[in-house]
Write a protein that binds this ligand. Structure first.
Ligand SMILES: C[S@@+](CC[C@H](N)C(=O)[O-])C[C@H]1O[C@@H](n2cnc3c(N)ncnc32)[C@H](O)[C@@H]1O
Length: 225
């Protein structure tokens, strides 16, 4: 799928993004609790990058938990950034928004935390392997990369079972599973956790860990030593 199609796909979702995600992603809201717990406990002046920030749902966790943190919200879709600006207007002095394509545009640097929620699966596998080196370079020493993403199991049969369970979940939420599964196959490049962790380590990351997983969704983190 071309970037313009990705942009159009998300522009259509911007107004009702969270309600839709709750119906498409199993335990979407619970994942936020896991991610919030992975943020530092100390109230320091962290610099945070929220990649593929969408309407700012993960930025909001940071801005609320870490009152001295500053966030850069980075996204391809202007309509998502407009929704972010509106949703987080109360924190306007602590975030900046950057419209861009993280495959080709600079993502900045000197970050203490990088978040990537349901967005890196838009990269092809070779793009993703190379991108982990850019993430590593963009983090300060001791910095943490936190991702939640759609994944695929290492075992083909298990993959099929997870697809079945995911569709069952979407159907139970009143959504058309075949429509959304076809979209997923068209635009996403999910990877195994084995590849995810091995490419992170090759980029220099340590302490790679999976903190939560259900079927084909996972929350992971890694640290720059
Ligand atoms: C499913 S939403 C995720 C929003 C939020 N991070 C979350 O965890 O729910 C994916 C977002 O990634 C953005 N995106 C996809 N490809 C991108 C790219 N190459 N560069 C920047 N943003 C991208 C889309 O515009 C969309 O807003």
């Amino acid at each position: 799928m071309k970037q313009q199609q990705v942009q159009e796909h998300f522009a259509r979702q911007a107004d009702e993004y969270e309600q839709l995600m709750v119906k498409l992603v199993p335990h979407y809201l619970f994942q936020h609790q896991v991610i919030e717990d992975l943020l530092p406990q100390e109230n320091l002046e962290y610099r945070v990058l929220d990649l593929g920030c969408g309407n700012g749902i993960l930025s909001e966790l940071v801005l609320r938990k870490l009152p001295r943190a500053r966030v850069v919200g980075f996204d391809l879709t202007e309509k998502m950034l407009a929704a972010y600006r509106q949703k987080l207007a109360g924190f306007a002095e602590r975030f900046t928004l950057q419209a861009g394509d993280f495959r080709v545009d600079p993502i900045g640097g000197d970050y203490d935390i990088i978040l990537a929620g349901l967005t890196l699966h838009h990269l092809t596998w070779p793009e993703r392997e190379a991108f982990y080196r850019r993430l590593f370079a963009a983090l300060n020493n001791g910095g943490r990369f936190i991702a939640r993403d759609i994944i695929i199991d290492e075992d083909r049969e298990v993959r099929g079972y997870h697809a079945f369970l995911w569709k069952k979940f979407m159907r139970s939420q009143g959504e058309d599973p075949e429509f959304w599964y076809a979209k997923h196959l068209e635009k996403d490049h999910p990877m195994t956790l084995t590849n995810h962790f091995s490419w992170l380590k090759e980029a220099g990351f340590t302490k790679t860990a999976c903190h939560w997983r259900l079927y084909n969704f996972a929350v992971t983190s890694a640290e720059k030593p």
